[in-house]
Design a protein around this ligand. Structure first.
Ligand code: FAD
Length: 452
């Protein structure tokens, strides 16, 4: 491939052709997907992104946009030898507007950078996930990332006030005006959010900030049955305004986290399920919660731990946050991120074990996730990374219960062949036509969302 033109656009520091420096860009976080690339491209400006994409369009060269490479579905991996377009050098926080509570940043800034810049001016960004220090804001937009606070603030799509992006022809589209009301035709940010680098490269965004709560409190609850735990989730959904997050995990995941990271368990008793509830609001939170609908459960349980300062909250959150890393340290998991309709979580968590063991009864299954959103991360250790039998069985089971085969991680390459489980042929046809308008040469992330 003739790369001199790209070197001219990007400068010497903006293009890495030495394969020994590529592994951070060509192997995904899960280690299940890997590829090779002729070059990693590292633009610093929107103009450079536009010139690079224009060159790729004119020369029919495919590229894979990449942010922090923390995605879980192989969406940022150059599995067919594509160029990697990394936004890693576009990290500028351009503006934090204190009067409107809005932030403008380049796409390569991490979620953590955004959170920190917001908090320096007394604001908070409403999306949080444990890969915050690596995941880029562009990547979270491209995947419409959820995370732990969707219950309170919605997912990434709800935070976007404006977007700038480069389409598959190299054209710069979108705007960053941040108008609260703007019904001038189709909503481009809404469409590009969640498009996983298949329609355009996100280069900058304007995001909504929220006021941080005066006080925050985390509560860990242990249960002898999942049913009991889900009863509390119901209660929370109905009546607790202060709740920001409601996470679930199980005893085997907790044991793995404690073993891998040398952390003492919260209690010596082996239980079944755990809920981590995070609340934030005006002062007097603990008193409000202790008098609210959860009071009976909190008073009656022997398995309740409170975190009311940042250290004790962090201690409780590590049991949940470290699941992904602990499982990854134990092997290369099959990762399925699914959501279930209201009332089906219990049935799914019990049924999925049977579905998997009918295919392979030597697997290890770890379930955890965002219980408040009906979102469960299914992690299966054991089967060969290329053996898709359990994946397909689980996804079909999810679809049979009316759930989504991709709750928040996206479709990427992992689920591209299974999208028909949730989308009709007509819908897939419309998707393809939309893709062709934004990316007529099919150079943007081929193989993601749509199978090659
Ligand atoms: C420990 C851990 C915890 C996680 N927890 C959560 C969670 O709670 N909720 C959740 O939703 N996800 C979670 N994730 C998954 C991941 O962090 C998110 O999907 C995140 O949004 C990916 O951001 P990234 O910058 O790493 O994107 P990448 O992995 O680099 O890319 C992901 C996708 O976005 C595209 N893309 C990236 N940047 C751009 C851009 N600028 N323009 C266009 N397309 C682009 C890529 O082509 C790819 O398709 C977790 C991951 C880890 C490792």
């Amino acid at each position: 491939m003739e790369l001199e033109s790209l070197r001219t656009i990007l400068g010497v520091k903006g293009i890495v052709t030495d394969p020994s420096l590529h592994s951070a860009y060509t192997v995904d976080w899960t280690r299940r997907y890997s590829g090779v690339t002729p070059a990693v491209l590292l633009p610093e400006t929107t103009e450079q992104v536009s010139r690079v994409v224009t060159w790729c369009y004119e020369n029919s060269v495919a590229l894979v946009p990449q942010g922090g490479n923390t995605g879980m579905v192989g969406g940022a991996t150059p599995v067919n030898g594509e160029l990697v377009l990394s936004l890693k050098r576009m990290t500028e926080i351009e503006e934090v507007d204190d009067s409107t509570g809005q932030i403008v940043a380049q796409a390569g800034a991490t979620l953590g950078d955004i959170q920190q810049a917001a908090s320096l001016l007394g604001w908070k960004y409403g999306v949080d996930l444990s890969a915050r220090d690596s995941a880029s804001i562009g990547g979270t937009i491209a995947t419409n990332a959820g995370g732990s606070q969707v219950l309170r603030h919605g997912n990434t799509r709800e935070q976007i006030l404006g977007l700038e992006a480069v389409s598959g022809t190299g054209d710069v589209i979108g705007d960053l005006r941040g108008l609260s009301k703007d019904n001038t035709g189709y909503h481009l940010p809404g469409l590009l959010c969640g498009s996983e680098g298949t329609l355009a490269v996100v280069t900058r965004s304007r995001l909504r900030l929220v006021r941080p709560p005066e006080e925050e409190l985390s509560i860990l609850l242990g249960f002898k049955s999942l049913n009991e735990a889900l009863g509390i989730v119901e209660e929370i959904r109905k009546s607790l305004e202060d709740v920001q997050a409601c996470e679930v995990f199980f005893q085997n995941g907790l044991n793995l986290v404690c073993e891998k990271f040398g952390i003492p368990p919260p209690w010596d008793t082996q239980l079944v399920a755990y809920l981590l509830i995070d609340a934030g609001g005006q002062l007097g939170l603990e008193e409000r919660i202790s008098k609210g609908p959860l009071s009976n459960s909190l008073n009656a349980s022997n398995f309740v731990a409170y975190g009311n300062d940042s250290q004790s909250r962090k201690r409780l959150w590590q049991y949940r946050d470290l699941h992904t890393e602990a499982i990854s340290a134990a092997g290369i998991p099959h990762k399925l991120d699914v959501s279930l309709p209201h009332g089906k979580l219990n049935e799914f968590c019990n049924g999925v074990r049977e579905v998997i063991s009918e295919i392979d009864n030597e697997t290890q299954l770890f379930l955890f996730g965002h219980a408040g959103d009906g979102n469960i991360h299914v992690n299966i250790l054991g089967p060969d990374p290329d053996n898709l039998a359990v994946d397909i069985a689980v996804l079909k089971y999810v679809a049979s219960l009316g759930g989504s085969i991709s709750a928040e991680h996206g479709v990427g390459r992992a689920k591209a062949h299974h999208l028909y489980l949730n989308r009709t042929a007509t819908e897939l046809d419309i998707f393809r036509k939309i893709k062709a308008v934004f990316d007529p040469a099919g150079i943007l992330n081929p193989g993601a969302i749509f199978p090659r």
